[in-house]
Ligand binder design. Structure first.
Ligand code: GTP
Ligand code: MG
Ligand code: ZN
Length: 343
């Protein structure tokens, strides 16, 4: 039998067949030994009604939240409570772009702003994100605004809701259908943050679409990518970065290439918060580069002491980085998943 994993609780995988039959399954020992990750959204093969013995090829995978086979990610932000945080939003967008997943934006809690304040915020959002090609909707789960706009975008799709804790992901699902009765809780008045109410990813089946509710998280870091590969994930920066005449320029204000850098020459055309996000993520990417370089250098220093071959040392550092980059990215992301599961 084949089916889709719609929920995972510790070692149990809940699989729904095409006929909507639900099976509580375990993973076949050999898959465990192979460290095969099974994610919510995976299509799997089930034998004996309760053993997953194969994961079918994935259309795509997102490791934060950990889900597979998604048609669209909807990044949910709240206009207030928690306060709209553009850098955090850019984190999600950049991460999804890295995973090549279609993305749209949903700004919830419209009811918390007065008309004029809402208009001001909405205009700013549209000015920044529409030119980047994102569909944008405004909703209120409380007042049930904007839900038709959301439905229009997600019909016939499997979508994942991503966003900080407390922005109203589960509330939006409850507003679309009272059947699920997902748990929600208020944002803490002290910290202004959500309370991590949703603990697991779960696919909720609607008649015309599937929605994956996910736990909110904020500690997503770009510590799996090299600094030189970051600008390509920012369309608005890359437009100029690809014209920059310095091949190894990272387009940072005040640094060695600032005279004549194509990005810096056009900084007035880039939204300041987008550029600030780029610089912030760049620091995390630098930490990653430092870590992998330092790891290799340490190994090579030992080699040097034994063989005294400087030239070999340089070549090996370069080779090591190239070979290991992809493996390291996956390793880092898998570590992130482990953290995620600790909620
Ligand atoms: N005023 C208002 N409050 C909302 C709206 N949507 C959600 N809320 C409230 O915001 C709080 C958090 O909502 P949740 O649905 O639990 O948020 P979440 O994104 O699922 O949070 P996690 O599960 O922790 O990731 C709850 O008290 C909701 O009642 C809205 O549109 N307007
Ligand atoms: Mg929730
Ligand atoms: Zn440059």
């Amino acid at each position: 039998m084949q089916g889709q994993v719609f929920k995972i609780h510790s070692d149990f995988y809940y699989v729904k067949s095409k006929d909507n039959e639900v099976f509580e399954c375990k993973l076949r020992e050999v898959l465990k030994k192979q460290k095969q990750k099974v994610l919510t959204g995976d299509f799997v093969n089930v034998v004996n009604q309760n053993v997953i013995n194969a994961v079918l090829p994935r259309k795509n995978v997102l490791l934060r939240p950990s889900v597979a086979n998604i048609d669209l990610a909807v990044v949910v932000s709240s206009l207030l409570e928690p306060k709209l945080d553009f850098i955090q939003l850019n984190r999600y967008l950049t991460f999804l772009k890295y995973h090549k997943i279609d993305t749209m934006l949903c700004f919830n809690k419209e009811d918390l702003l007065c008309k004029s304040e809402f208009k001001k915020q909405a205009n700013e959002i549209i000015r920044i994100y529409k030119p980047l090609g994102y569909k944008i909707i405004f909703t209120s789960a409380k007042e049930k605004y904007g839900l038709e706009d959301l439905k229009n975008e997600i019909t016939n799709k499997t979508i994942v809701l991503c966003g900080l804790s407390g922005v109203g992901k589960s509330s939006v699902i409850n507003a679309l259908s009272p059947d699920f009765k997902l748990r929600t809780s208020t944002v803490s008045p002290q910290s202004g943050r959500g309370r991590h109410t949703t603990r697991h990813c779960e696919i909720l089946d609607f008649k015309d679409y599937k929605i994956i509710d996910t736990p909110g998280f904020s500690n997503l870091k770009f510590d799996f990518i090299l600094p030189k590969d970051l600008s390509i994930l920012f369309d608005d920066i890359y437009t100029f970065a690809k014209e920059c005449k310095f091949s190894d320029c990272l387009h940072i204000e005040g640094e060695e290439y600032s005279d004549g850098c194509a990005v810096l020459n056009n900084l007035n055309k880039i939204n300041p918060q987008r550029y600030q996000s780029y610089i912030e993520f760049l620091k995390e990417a630098h930490d990653y580069k430092y870590r992998i370089t330092y790891g290799s250098v340490k190994q090579e220093e030992t080699k040097k002491q034994t063989h005294g071959l400087d030239k070999v040392k340089i070549n090996r550092i370069k080779r090591k980085k190239g070979r290991n980059t992809q493996k390291q990215i996956m390793k880092n992301l898998h570590e992130i998943i482990e953290d995620e599961n600790e909620y």
